[in-house]
Design a protein around this ligand. Sequence first.
Ligand SMILES: [Zn+2]
Ligand SMILES: [Zn+2]
Length: 344
Amino acid sequence: MAASPVSGRSTKDTLKLLYKTHMVTVEVGPEKEHFVVHQSLICDKSRYFAKALSGSFQEGITRFVRLPDVSPILFRIFVAWLYHGKLAYVATDAGIDEDFASLEFTEEDIEKTEIDQTDVYPPDDTGSNSAVSNDSETDCGTLRNTKSTFTVENPRVQTSSSTKPANNTVIPTDFKNDEENPESWALHVFTKLYVFAERFDIRQLRADALDRLATVMDKGQVLLGFGAIQYLYLNTTANSKLRTYIVHRTAYRCKFAEPASEYEKLPVEFLVAVLLTNGRRLTDKQCDECHQRALKLRGLLDFEHDDVCKTQDLAPYKLDMCFYHEHPDEEERKACAARRTTTE
Ligand SMILES: [Zn+2]
Ligand SMILES: [Zn+2]
């Protein structure tokens, strides 16, 4: 497995952060699992922890952070990523399949109508330090994956059972989680991990989670299920790159074979974004000349949409995954692109 394409941190850079720093204890989940990590490392990657441990808060003095509503499984992935610079997992005694099953979407995950805004940590927010939300992803009356309508790009990977339609993530039938190989992990793991990375404002983890999710979707030829999309819209902010990616993916790949009433279950913001993306798109049946004419007719030539390709009918993810990476500068973006061409 190649190094994480986005964070691409050198061992030396990581080691530097381990010297001359304090250790902090993070208490995670209702079972109060303790994780002890290097303060400078966690603060370097997470703006949430950087702020929480900055000294002006209680946590900065005690070096103790309580996160009772966070899944310890996600935190394990985060700690492995912190120290290894890539996604990996070391399972609990229960084993990886059971661990990851605890991350599956519950009715509660999906049907919650209100979002605690203080819990979501938008990238440019400088205020709130809330570490607690009402979301209880660890409190799972685990629902198994179910109906695979809408989500399937390739009918061969449909799952068999169909019990409760609230949670229809699609997982290929030969699916098996492997600790060392994130490409084998289920889609819901990355969806939850992305939301985790947004809440704790870990930009590079967001990019890594998104990239892996994209790879797994490519491999299995699947789209996110309704449950995942509902969860995503309940737990991320409007400028979430994963929202953007899923909108693009759906607009460009979904067959929309279901009756219209099926899609009414999806968040309105999502549906509108898919509609707009498809409306701005040009069909692949057009030749270049027609394409240019259509762009002109729709007034898109002079109108700047950064997700409309003006030369071909191509989704941004087909052109450059960096579109979703939130790189702060051109330098990092170039390094990311270079790393991806060498590791892929
Ligand atoms: Zn033509
Ligand atoms: Zn990038």
